[in-house]
Write a protein of this length. Structure first.
Length: 425
Protein backbone atom coordinates (compact mmCIF):
# COMPACT_ATOMS: atom_id res chain seq x y z
CA UNK A 1 0.00 0.00 0.00
CA UNK A 2 1.17 3.52 -0.73
CA UNK A 3 2.06 5.85 2.10
CA UNK A 4 -1.20 7.73 1.75
CA UNK A 5 -1.52 11.32 2.91
CA UNK A 6 -4.54 13.59 2.99
CA UNK A 7 -2.80 16.71 1.68
CA UNK A 8 -3.34 18.34 -1.68
CA UNK A 9 0.39 18.31 -2.30
CA UNK A 10 0.55 14.53 -1.89
CA UNK A 11 -2.41 13.89 -4.21
CA UNK A 12 -1.11 16.30 -6.85
CA UNK A 13 2.35 14.73 -6.72
CA UNK A 14 0.89 11.26 -7.20
CA UNK A 15 -1.12 12.48 -10.17
CA UNK A 16 1.93 14.15 -11.71
CA UNK A 17 3.86 10.87 -11.41
CA UNK A 18 1.02 8.74 -12.81
CA UNK A 19 2.17 7.02 -16.03
CA UNK A 20 -1.47 6.91 -17.20
CA UNK A 21 -2.22 10.58 -16.51
CA UNK A 22 -2.40 11.58 -20.20
CA UNK A 23 -5.40 9.34 -20.84
CA UNK A 24 -7.66 11.68 -18.87
CA UNK A 25 -7.21 14.25 -21.64
CA UNK A 26 -8.73 11.80 -24.12
CA UNK A 27 -12.12 12.02 -22.40
CA UNK A 28 -14.78 14.70 -22.16
CA UNK A 29 -15.31 15.54 -18.48
CA UNK A 30 -18.80 16.96 -17.79
CA UNK A 31 -18.46 20.59 -16.68
CA UNK A 32 -19.70 22.06 -13.42
CA UNK A 33 -19.78 25.81 -12.87
CA UNK A 34 -16.94 26.54 -15.24
CA UNK A 35 -14.66 23.67 -14.23
CA UNK A 36 -14.52 19.91 -14.63
CA UNK A 37 -16.90 17.96 -12.45
CA UNK A 38 -15.48 15.20 -10.27
CA UNK A 39 -16.89 12.19 -12.07
CA UNK A 40 -17.11 8.93 -10.13
CA UNK A 41 -19.92 7.29 -12.11
CA UNK A 42 -18.08 5.12 -14.61
CA UNK A 43 -19.75 2.16 -12.90
CA UNK A 44 -23.02 3.45 -14.37
CA UNK A 45 -22.03 5.36 -17.52
CA UNK A 46 -18.46 5.82 -18.65
CA UNK A 47 -17.29 9.10 -20.15
CA UNK A 48 -17.10 9.88 -23.85
CA UNK A 49 -13.70 9.54 -25.50
CA UNK A 50 -12.95 12.68 -27.50
CA UNK A 51 -12.20 10.63 -30.62
CA UNK A 52 -15.70 9.14 -30.72
CA UNK A 53 -17.30 12.06 -32.54
CA UNK A 54 -14.89 11.79 -35.48
CA UNK A 55 -15.27 8.00 -35.56
CA UNK A 56 -19.06 8.18 -35.79
CA UNK A 57 -18.92 11.05 -38.29
CA UNK A 58 -16.57 9.00 -40.46
CA UNK A 59 -19.16 6.22 -40.70
CA UNK A 60 -21.86 8.77 -41.49
CA UNK A 61 -19.64 10.14 -44.25
CA UNK A 62 -19.12 6.64 -45.69
CA UNK A 63 -22.87 6.10 -45.60
CA UNK A 64 -23.44 9.35 -47.45
CA UNK A 65 -20.68 8.82 -49.99
CA UNK A 66 -20.90 5.07 -50.56
CA UNK A 67 -24.42 4.00 -49.66
CA UNK A 68 -24.68 0.22 -49.63
CA UNK A 69 -21.11 -0.09 -50.92
CA UNK A 70 -19.97 0.95 -47.46
CA UNK A 71 -20.35 -2.70 -46.53
CA UNK A 72 -17.38 -3.48 -48.77
CA UNK A 73 -15.44 -0.22 -49.17
CA UNK A 74 -14.02 2.46 -46.94
CA UNK A 75 -11.33 2.19 -44.30
CA UNK A 76 -13.34 -0.27 -42.17
CA UNK A 77 -15.98 -1.99 -44.31
CA UNK A 78 -19.19 -2.62 -42.39
CA UNK A 79 -19.50 -6.26 -43.38
CA UNK A 80 -16.87 -7.25 -40.85
CA UNK A 81 -17.16 -4.30 -38.47
CA UNK A 82 -17.82 -6.31 -35.33
CA UNK A 83 -14.55 -8.13 -35.96
CA UNK A 84 -12.61 -4.87 -35.60
CA UNK A 85 -13.33 -4.81 -31.85
CA UNK A 86 -12.81 -8.53 -31.27
CA UNK A 87 -9.09 -8.69 -30.40
CA UNK A 88 -9.19 -5.70 -28.04
CA UNK A 89 -12.36 -6.95 -26.38
CA UNK A 90 -10.84 -10.39 -25.89
CA UNK A 91 -7.77 -8.82 -24.29
CA UNK A 92 -9.89 -6.84 -21.83
CA UNK A 93 -11.82 -9.92 -20.66
CA UNK A 94 -8.98 -12.45 -20.85
CA UNK A 95 -10.46 -14.62 -23.61
CA UNK A 96 -9.51 -16.14 -26.92
CA UNK A 97 -10.68 -13.90 -29.79
CA UNK A 98 -13.15 -16.49 -31.04
CA UNK A 99 -14.75 -16.70 -27.60
CA UNK A 100 -16.14 -13.14 -27.60
CA UNK A 101 -18.58 -11.17 -29.67
CA UNK A 102 -19.98 -7.65 -29.42
CA UNK A 103 -23.72 -7.82 -30.06
CA UNK A 104 -27.16 -6.85 -28.78
CA UNK A 105 -27.54 -5.67 -25.18
CA UNK A 106 -26.96 -7.40 -21.86
CA UNK A 107 -30.55 -8.53 -21.31
CA UNK A 108 -30.91 -9.90 -24.83
CA UNK A 109 -27.59 -11.73 -24.56
CA UNK A 110 -28.55 -13.21 -21.21
CA UNK A 111 -31.70 -14.70 -22.70
CA UNK A 112 -29.79 -16.00 -25.73
CA UNK A 113 -27.22 -17.67 -23.52
CA UNK A 114 -29.87 -19.25 -21.31
CA UNK A 115 -31.55 -20.72 -24.38
CA UNK A 116 -28.35 -22.68 -24.91
CA UNK A 117 -27.04 -23.18 -21.38
CA UNK A 118 -30.14 -23.46 -19.19
CA UNK A 119 -31.49 -26.88 -20.12
CA UNK A 120 -33.69 -27.87 -17.18
CA UNK A 121 -35.00 -31.34 -16.48
CA UNK A 122 -37.52 -32.53 -13.93
CA UNK A 123 -34.65 -33.52 -11.64
CA UNK A 124 -32.41 -30.50 -12.31
CA UNK A 125 -34.43 -27.38 -12.97
CA UNK A 126 -33.10 -24.74 -10.57
CA UNK A 127 -31.02 -21.61 -11.16
CA UNK A 128 -28.80 -20.16 -8.43
CA UNK A 129 -28.47 -16.35 -8.33
CA UNK A 130 -27.42 -13.95 -5.61
CA UNK A 131 -30.03 -12.44 -3.31
CA UNK A 132 -30.72 -8.86 -4.36
CA UNK A 133 -29.54 -9.50 -7.92
CA UNK A 134 -29.83 -6.66 -10.41
CA UNK A 135 -33.36 -6.68 -11.87
CA UNK A 136 -32.16 -7.56 -15.38
CA UNK A 137 -30.84 -10.87 -14.08
CA UNK A 138 -33.70 -11.50 -11.66
CA UNK A 139 -36.42 -10.87 -14.24
CA UNK A 140 -34.69 -12.80 -17.02
CA UNK A 141 -33.97 -15.83 -14.85
CA UNK A 142 -37.48 -15.99 -13.43
CA UNK A 143 -39.04 -15.65 -16.88
CA UNK A 144 -36.84 -18.43 -18.27
CA UNK A 145 -37.84 -20.73 -15.43
CA UNK A 146 -41.52 -20.05 -16.13
CA UNK A 147 -40.98 -20.43 -19.89
CA UNK A 148 -39.72 -23.96 -19.29
CA UNK A 149 -42.77 -24.78 -17.20
CA UNK A 150 -41.21 -24.65 -13.74
CA UNK A 151 -42.14 -22.64 -10.66
CA UNK A 152 -39.69 -19.94 -9.51
CA UNK A 153 -40.89 -20.53 -5.95
CA UNK A 154 -38.90 -23.78 -5.99
CA UNK A 155 -36.61 -23.46 -9.03
CA UNK A 156 -35.14 -20.03 -8.26
CA UNK A 157 -32.58 -20.30 -5.46
CA UNK A 158 -31.34 -16.97 -4.11
CA UNK A 159 -27.98 -17.04 -2.36
CA UNK A 160 -28.24 -14.92 0.78
CA UNK A 161 -25.28 -12.82 1.96
CA UNK A 162 -23.54 -14.15 5.04
CA UNK A 163 -21.09 -11.34 5.84
CA UNK A 164 -21.72 -8.24 7.98
CA UNK A 165 -22.06 -5.64 5.20
CA UNK A 166 -24.27 -7.74 2.96
CA UNK A 167 -21.48 -9.41 1.03
CA UNK A 168 -21.24 -13.13 0.32
CA UNK A 169 -18.40 -15.52 1.07
CA UNK A 170 -17.19 -18.28 -1.22
CA UNK A 171 -18.04 -20.65 1.62
CA UNK A 172 -21.70 -19.59 1.34
CA UNK A 173 -21.69 -20.48 -2.34
CA UNK A 174 -20.08 -23.82 -1.51
CA UNK A 175 -22.75 -24.52 1.11
CA UNK A 176 -25.56 -23.66 -1.30
CA UNK A 177 -24.16 -26.01 -3.91
CA UNK A 178 -23.62 -28.76 -1.37
CA UNK A 179 -27.28 -28.46 -0.37
CA UNK A 180 -28.92 -27.85 -3.75
CA UNK A 181 -26.32 -28.75 -6.38
CA UNK A 182 -28.02 -31.91 -7.57
CA UNK A 183 -31.07 -29.91 -8.67
CA UNK A 184 -29.28 -26.78 -9.98
CA UNK A 185 -29.04 -26.58 -13.76
CA UNK A 186 -27.38 -23.15 -13.91
CA UNK A 187 -25.26 -21.06 -11.55
CA UNK A 188 -25.72 -17.44 -12.66
CA UNK A 189 -23.76 -14.95 -10.54
CA UNK A 190 -22.22 -11.50 -11.08
CA UNK A 191 -18.59 -10.64 -11.55
CA UNK A 192 -19.17 -7.64 -9.28
CA UNK A 193 -22.32 -7.27 -7.21
CA UNK A 194 -23.81 -3.95 -8.24
CA UNK A 195 -24.94 -2.71 -4.81
CA UNK A 196 -22.04 -3.80 -2.59
CA UNK A 197 -19.21 -3.64 -5.11
CA UNK A 198 -18.03 -7.12 -4.09
CA UNK A 199 -16.02 -8.98 -6.75
CA UNK A 200 -16.52 -12.73 -7.06
CA UNK A 201 -13.88 -15.37 -7.80
CA UNK A 202 -15.04 -16.60 -11.20
CA UNK A 203 -12.66 -19.52 -11.43
CA UNK A 204 -13.44 -20.84 -7.94
CA UNK A 205 -17.20 -20.53 -8.52
CA UNK A 206 -16.93 -22.28 -11.88
CA UNK A 207 -14.99 -25.15 -10.32
CA UNK A 208 -17.62 -25.52 -7.59
CA UNK A 209 -20.50 -25.39 -10.06
CA UNK A 210 -18.97 -27.88 -12.45
CA UNK A 211 -18.14 -30.20 -9.55
CA UNK A 212 -21.88 -30.44 -8.90
CA UNK A 213 -22.79 -30.87 -12.58
CA UNK A 214 -24.04 -27.32 -13.07
CA UNK A 215 -23.54 -25.01 -16.02
CA UNK A 216 -21.92 -21.73 -14.89
CA UNK A 217 -22.41 -18.26 -16.35
CA UNK A 218 -21.65 -14.73 -15.19
CA UNK A 219 -23.10 -11.25 -15.55
CA UNK A 220 -20.01 -9.04 -15.92
CA UNK A 221 -21.81 -5.70 -16.27
CA UNK A 222 -19.83 -4.17 -13.39
CA UNK A 223 -16.68 -6.21 -13.93
CA UNK A 224 -15.74 -5.79 -17.59
CA UNK A 225 -13.18 -3.02 -18.03
CA UNK A 226 -12.93 -2.86 -14.24
CA UNK A 227 -11.25 -6.08 -13.14
CA UNK A 228 -8.37 -8.02 -14.75
CA UNK A 229 -10.62 -10.82 -15.93
CA UNK A 230 -9.37 -14.19 -17.17
CA UNK A 231 -12.53 -15.61 -18.68
CA UNK A 232 -10.93 -18.38 -20.70
CA UNK A 233 -8.91 -19.65 -17.75
CA UNK A 234 -11.92 -19.38 -15.45
CA UNK A 235 -13.49 -22.17 -17.52
CA UNK A 236 -16.92 -20.51 -17.24
CA UNK A 237 -19.40 -21.73 -19.81
CA UNK A 238 -20.55 -18.25 -20.78
CA UNK A 239 -20.66 -14.64 -19.69
CA UNK A 240 -22.51 -11.52 -20.77
CA UNK A 241 -21.98 -7.80 -20.16
CA UNK A 242 -22.96 -4.30 -21.13
CA UNK A 243 -20.40 -1.87 -22.54
CA UNK A 244 -21.59 1.54 -21.37
CA UNK A 245 -20.00 1.44 -17.92
CA UNK A 246 -16.23 1.05 -17.58
CA UNK A 247 -15.91 0.24 -21.31
CA UNK A 248 -17.16 3.76 -22.21
CA UNK A 249 -19.20 2.51 -25.17
CA UNK A 250 -21.88 5.19 -24.81
CA UNK A 251 -25.45 5.16 -23.47
CA UNK A 252 -27.22 1.92 -24.38
CA UNK A 253 -24.02 0.65 -26.02
CA UNK A 254 -23.73 -2.69 -27.79
CA UNK A 255 -23.27 -5.47 -25.23
CA UNK A 256 -21.03 -8.49 -25.37
CA UNK A 257 -20.94 -12.21 -24.79
CA UNK A 258 -18.34 -14.87 -24.06
CA UNK A 259 -18.75 -18.54 -24.91
CA UNK A 260 -15.92 -20.84 -23.86
CA UNK A 261 -14.08 -22.43 -26.76
CA UNK A 262 -15.09 -25.95 -25.71
CA UNK A 263 -18.58 -24.99 -26.88
CA UNK A 264 -17.31 -23.48 -30.16
CA UNK A 265 -18.63 -26.28 -32.35
CA UNK A 266 -20.93 -28.03 -29.90
CA UNK A 267 -24.44 -28.82 -31.05
CA UNK A 268 -26.45 -26.64 -28.70
CA UNK A 269 -30.00 -25.36 -28.89
CA UNK A 270 -30.03 -21.68 -29.73
CA UNK A 271 -32.19 -18.95 -31.19
CA UNK A 272 -30.61 -18.67 -34.61
CA UNK A 273 -30.19 -15.58 -36.76
CA UNK A 274 -28.78 -14.89 -40.19
CA UNK A 275 -25.63 -13.19 -38.94
CA UNK A 276 -24.82 -16.20 -36.77
CA UNK A 277 -24.68 -18.40 -39.86
CA UNK A 278 -21.23 -19.45 -41.08
CA UNK A 279 -19.87 -16.31 -42.73
CA UNK A 280 -18.38 -18.29 -45.63
CA UNK A 281 -21.80 -19.47 -46.81
CA UNK A 282 -24.06 -16.79 -45.31
CA UNK A 283 -24.89 -15.16 -48.62
CA UNK A 284 -25.85 -18.41 -50.25
CA UNK A 285 -29.12 -17.91 -48.34
CA UNK A 286 -29.54 -21.61 -47.66
CA UNK A 287 -32.49 -22.91 -45.66
CA UNK A 288 -30.43 -24.72 -43.00
CA UNK A 289 -28.68 -22.80 -40.23
CA UNK A 290 -24.98 -23.57 -39.93
CA UNK A 291 -23.56 -21.62 -36.98
CA UNK A 292 -20.25 -19.84 -37.22
CA UNK A 293 -17.87 -21.58 -34.78
CA UNK A 294 -17.37 -19.70 -31.54
CA UNK A 295 -19.28 -16.82 -30.00
CA UNK A 296 -20.11 -15.35 -33.41
CA UNK A 297 -22.55 -18.21 -33.91
CA UNK A 298 -24.93 -16.63 -31.38
CA UNK A 299 -25.36 -13.44 -33.41
CA UNK A 300 -28.81 -12.68 -34.73
CA UNK A 301 -28.45 -9.63 -36.93
CA UNK A 302 -25.79 -7.60 -38.71
CA UNK A 303 -23.86 -5.28 -36.38
CA UNK A 304 -25.01 -1.69 -35.67
CA UNK A 305 -22.10 0.29 -37.10
CA UNK A 306 -22.86 3.66 -35.51
CA UNK A 307 -23.12 2.00 -32.11
CA UNK A 308 -19.93 -0.05 -32.49
CA UNK A 309 -17.76 2.91 -33.52
CA UNK A 310 -17.58 4.38 -29.98
CA UNK A 311 -16.70 1.00 -28.53
CA UNK A 312 -13.93 0.56 -31.08
CA UNK A 313 -12.39 3.86 -29.99
CA UNK A 314 -12.65 3.07 -26.28
CA UNK A 315 -11.17 -0.40 -26.70
CA UNK A 316 -8.23 1.09 -28.57
CA UNK A 317 -7.61 3.27 -25.50
CA UNK A 318 -7.73 0.18 -23.29
CA UNK A 319 -5.19 -1.49 -25.57
CA UNK A 320 -2.78 1.43 -25.29
CA UNK A 321 -3.18 1.73 -21.53
CA UNK A 322 -3.11 -2.02 -20.82
CA UNK A 323 -5.36 -3.79 -18.34
CA UNK A 324 -2.43 -4.59 -16.00
CA UNK A 325 -1.50 -0.92 -15.64
CA UNK A 326 -5.13 0.15 -15.33
CA UNK A 327 -5.78 -2.46 -12.64
CA UNK A 328 -2.75 -1.34 -10.64
CA UNK A 329 -3.82 2.31 -10.76
CA UNK A 330 -7.37 1.30 -9.89
CA UNK A 331 -6.16 -0.51 -6.76
CA UNK A 332 -4.21 2.57 -5.73
CA UNK A 333 -7.07 5.01 -6.35
CA UNK A 334 -9.72 2.96 -4.61
CA UNK A 335 -7.28 2.19 -1.80
CA UNK A 336 -6.70 5.93 -1.34
CA UNK A 337 -10.42 6.67 -1.35
CA UNK A 338 -10.98 3.96 1.27
CA UNK A 339 -8.07 5.27 3.38
CA UNK A 340 -9.52 8.79 3.32
CA UNK A 341 -12.91 7.50 4.44
CA UNK A 342 -11.47 5.37 7.22
CA UNK A 343 -8.98 7.92 8.57
CA UNK A 344 -10.78 11.21 7.94
CA UNK A 345 -14.48 10.38 7.82
CA UNK A 346 -15.07 7.25 9.93
CA UNK A 347 -17.59 9.10 12.09
CA UNK A 348 -19.66 9.89 8.99
CA UNK A 349 -19.22 7.08 6.49
CA UNK A 350 -19.10 3.30 6.52
CA UNK A 351 -17.65 1.32 3.60
CA UNK A 352 -19.75 -1.67 2.53
CA UNK A 353 -17.37 -3.00 -0.12
CA UNK A 354 -14.76 -5.56 1.03
CA UNK A 355 -11.41 -4.08 2.07
CA UNK A 356 -9.44 -6.87 0.42
CA UNK A 357 -8.44 -5.51 -3.03
CA UNK A 358 -8.84 -9.03 -4.45
CA UNK A 359 -12.55 -8.88 -3.59
CA UNK A 360 -13.41 -5.58 -5.27
CA UNK A 361 -12.78 -3.42 -8.29
CA UNK A 362 -12.93 0.36 -8.60
CA UNK A 363 -16.26 0.78 -6.83
CA UNK A 364 -16.67 1.66 -3.17
CA UNK A 365 -20.20 1.40 -1.83
CA UNK A 366 -20.63 3.78 1.09
CA UNK A 367 -23.32 4.31 3.70
CA UNK A 368 -23.79 7.32 5.94
CA UNK A 369 -23.73 6.05 9.52
CA UNK A 370 -26.73 8.20 10.52
CA UNK A 371 -29.07 6.33 8.17
CA UNK A 372 -30.84 6.66 4.85
CA UNK A 373 -32.22 10.20 5.23
CA UNK A 374 -28.80 11.64 5.99
CA UNK A 375 -27.28 9.47 3.28
CA UNK A 376 -29.64 10.86 0.69
CA UNK A 377 -28.89 14.39 1.90
CA UNK A 378 -25.16 13.82 1.46
CA UNK A 379 -25.66 12.37 -2.01
CA UNK A 380 -27.66 15.40 -3.12
CA UNK A 381 -25.07 17.75 -1.59
CA UNK A 382 -22.27 16.01 -3.48
CA UNK A 383 -24.16 16.23 -6.77
CA UNK A 384 -24.75 19.94 -6.19
CA UNK A 385 -21.00 20.32 -5.68
CA UNK A 386 -20.26 18.62 -9.00
CA UNK A 387 -19.09 15.38 -7.39
CA UNK A 388 -20.98 12.78 -9.39
CA UNK A 389 -21.58 9.32 -8.00
CA UNK A 390 -24.84 7.44 -7.90
CA UNK A 391 -27.41 6.23 -5.39
CA UNK A 392 -28.73 2.71 -4.97
CA UNK A 393 -31.61 1.89 -2.69
CA UNK A 394 -32.00 1.58 0.13
CA UNK A 395 -29.00 3.60 1.41
CA UNK A 396 -25.85 3.16 -0.71
CA UNK A 397 -23.76 5.84 -2.43
CA UNK A 398 -21.51 4.33 -5.10
CA UNK A 399 -18.22 6.11 -5.79
CA UNK A 400 -16.03 4.54 -8.47
CA UNK A 401 -12.65 6.04 -9.43
CA UNK A 402 -12.05 4.90 -13.03
CA UNK A 403 -8.32 4.78 -13.74
CA UNK A 404 -8.56 6.07 -17.31
CA UNK A 405 -9.79 9.48 -16.20
CA UNK A 406 -9.93 9.77 -12.39
CA UNK A 407 -7.12 11.13 -10.23
CA UNK A 408 -5.93 11.01 -6.63
CA UNK A 409 -7.00 14.65 -6.43
CA UNK A 410 -10.56 13.55 -7.27
CA UNK A 411 -10.60 11.18 -4.31
CA UNK A 412 -9.36 13.96 -2.06
CA UNK A 413 -12.02 16.32 -3.45
CA UNK A 414 -14.69 13.81 -2.44
CA UNK A 415 -13.33 13.62 1.11
CA UNK A 416 -13.11 17.39 1.40
CA UNK A 417 -16.70 17.78 0.23
CA UNK A 418 -17.94 15.28 2.81
CA UNK A 419 -15.97 17.14 5.47
CA UNK A 420 -17.63 20.44 4.51
CA UNK A 421 -21.06 18.79 4.58
CA UNK A 422 -20.37 17.36 8.03
CA UNK A 423 -19.23 20.74 9.36
CA UNK A 424 -22.32 22.43 7.95
CA UNK A 425 -24.45 20.05 10.05
Amino acid sequence: MLDYQATADWANARDAADPLRAFRDEFLIPPHEGRDSTYFCGNSLGLQPRAVRDAVNAELDYWGELGVEGHFKGRLPWMDYHEYVRADLAAVVGAQPGEVVAMNTLGVNLHLMMVSFYRPTAERSAILIEGGAFPTDRYAVESQIRFHGFDPATALIELQPDEPNGTTSLAAIERALAEHGSRIALVMLPGVQYRTGQAFDLKAITELGHKHGCTVGFDLAHAVGNLPLQLHDSNADFAIWCSYKYLNGGPGAVGGAFVHERHATAVLPRFAGWWGHDKHTRFQMGPEFQPTPGADGWQLSNPPILALAPMRISLEIFRRAGMAALSEKSRQLTGYLEWLVQTQLADVLDVVTPSDPARRGAQLSIRVVDGRERGRALFEYLMAQGIIGDWREPDVIRISPAPLYNRFADCRAFAEAVRRWKQAG
